[in-house]
Design a protein around this ligand. Sequence first.
Ligand SMILES: Nc1ncnc2c1ncn2[C@@H]1O[C@H](COP(=O)(O)OP(=O)(O)O[C@H]2O[C@H](CO)[C@@H](O)[C@H](O)[C@H]2O)[C@@H](O)[C@H]1O
Length: 687
Amino acid sequence: MESLQVSRFISCRSSSFSSTTKLAPSFRPVTQVGVGSLWRKPNKNGCLVIRSSTFVSDGGSGGAAGGSGSSQDGSFAVEDDQKKTNKHINNKINKNNIKNGNVNQKNGRVLGAERDDSGSVIGFQLLPHLGDNEVSESQGDVATQEDVSSYEVEKTEDTEGESKAQTRVTHSIVFVTSEAAPYSKTGGLGDVCGSLPIALAAHGHRVMVVSPRYQNGTTADQKFANAKDLGHCIKVYCFGGEQEVSFFHEYREGVDWVFVDHPAYHRPGNPYGDSNGAFGDNQVWFGIELGFTLLSYAACEAPLVLPLGGFTYGEKCLFLVNDWHASLVPVLLASKYRPYGVYKEARSILVIHNLSHQGVEPAATFKHLGLPSQWYGALGWVFPTWARTHALDTGEAVNLLKGAVVTSDRILTVSKGYSWEITTPEGGYGLHELLTSRKSVLDGITNGIDVAEWNPSTDEHIAVPYSADDLSGKVECKMALQKELGLPVRPDCPLIGFVGRLDYQKGIDLIQAATPEIMEEDVQFVMLGSGDPQYESWMRVAEVTYRDKFRGWVGFNVPISHRITAGCDILLMPSRFEPCGLNQLYAMRYGTIPVVHATGGLRDTVENFNPYAEGGSGTGTGWTFSPLIKDSMLAALRNATKTYREYKTSWEGLMKRCMEKDYTWENAATQYEQVFEWAFIDRPYVS
Ligand SMILES: Nc1ncnc2c1ncn2[C@@H]1O[C@H](COP(=O)(O)OP(=O)(O)O[C@H]2O[C@H](CO)[C@@H](O)[C@H](O)[C@H]2O)[C@@H](O)[C@H]1O
């Protein structure tokens, strides 16, 4: 089971549930979430009551899922309150329509909300009917966004130069992720969840990102300094007890960054492990399952209970569920919300950044997740016989990612190539048949990059700025890097780089095997990475062995990653599989030529160099090699270094073509929007 990076032997705790729904007496509002957790709002007595009367209890454990029979308790109060709220909003909109001369509201459309500087909604834009240019404005009370349809008017010019209004549907989007740059990035997932939300917000969507508030006692804690405690708690019943979770919030670049706070996120190390390795593997620390279970629960409640900028996101939202850490979200929607009339119109999209991590736990973990027992099948997973530890091992497990595969409305991967690979036995890590069964809702969208952060003409981390029009600064960046790393300063010597996690996925073993032969050439090689201690040690040894040619920087260092990207001539990525890959995109933007294994997103984004095309001026942006063996990698590297040395004009053409590629998030965000539309056209997959 080396390739399937799952842990199988995590200790479990007992669970108890409660459907207590009373508002805590303290100032901090506390919402309790257990079996039967539903959207609720205070009734006249200040109690939080839930819609289905069956679920209202006065505390204690054992609240069971039941039918939706009526009673004389608070459930009707909620419905009444809800109707009143809607009526109030409708009245408000009508009044403003009349005030603004738009009396024909019946045929009208409510457009996007208007916000003040802090992000609070201060009014809604109304359009009398689709295609009409007239837009009136209203000042409304705060409300949930679902109370209004979300449309935006864009003024565009048609071919005759006349301006005309177009409508664009906007959504309330909730990203759920274990990491987001700049707060908690450890890899590409953090990059994507730090940038895509901003790009979507710029398109007019209301966007929230829910991720943990990690505190590990280092200066990294400061990254959360601007996030303020919202003073709102929820209680979740899982892992054998009542877990109190609170929320912090920062509004930045048009996005609501919501951080879930709980002691499970307060410990040394990164989100997935400490110096002893990944938490799941060392069997010592169990907080990772608890932490990510709470993340999903909190993310489901956040749109309902957090009045961000004055009003909640409401039920009609779109959850973007990133990887296994957030995979309980669609399961919770299907098992604990929709059966009771909540989130009926919400949709969820599973975004797979890396299928090799699935969140697989012993079957006994299921009872700690707080899910109704009949939902075991959604998560249940059986290891193939060869992967079992002994003759009596039944191989039974729960697989969180599988839960999302079978309950989310759509599935996305981060490149088209990878979306196909995961439906094959080689790339599907045991889920290929399930993924194939959902092929009609499976798409791939290539990641974008943050072109502001990764811009060689403005990058503050590099020695000298440069651009495709003036490449002179690049060689100075190279010399500065050689100097900084204590390598001989040789501007003409090909400098090869690697940046990334030191992981089986990234083909470090191949680099290790090929290094003696690479070092026979007149080249220099720089590696930056952290991860598997075995590879970290090897890098240290290689640095000593090849003192004038090799540098291995062990650690996670963003400024150095920029300097390597700018200073190297060639970036090596022999990834075993690569869902998208960001470093080759950064490299291309910096005129650093990628040499990559032809897999997944690498094959989609790097075009093999053809010196004879276009009448000899050449096409392509790098070298792709296959199969993944040492000799084919070495051959590709030799082609690259030979071109660098002997065909300067071709090399410059390669650099310029790379630098002119468009990998902005703008492009990707537009494709995401198309998938959002498809998600809302279909009925919820599990309703
Ligand atoms: N030691 C170090 N110091 C500084 N920076 C470092 C670093 N190690 C890695 N990084 C940075 O972390 C990011 C890694 O991104 P990748 O896309 O290459 O890989 P990752 O496998 O983490 O992501 C997964 O998710 C992403 C996003 O979808 C997919 O592109 C990818 O294929 C998939 O495996 C880059 O920004 C890189 O510069």
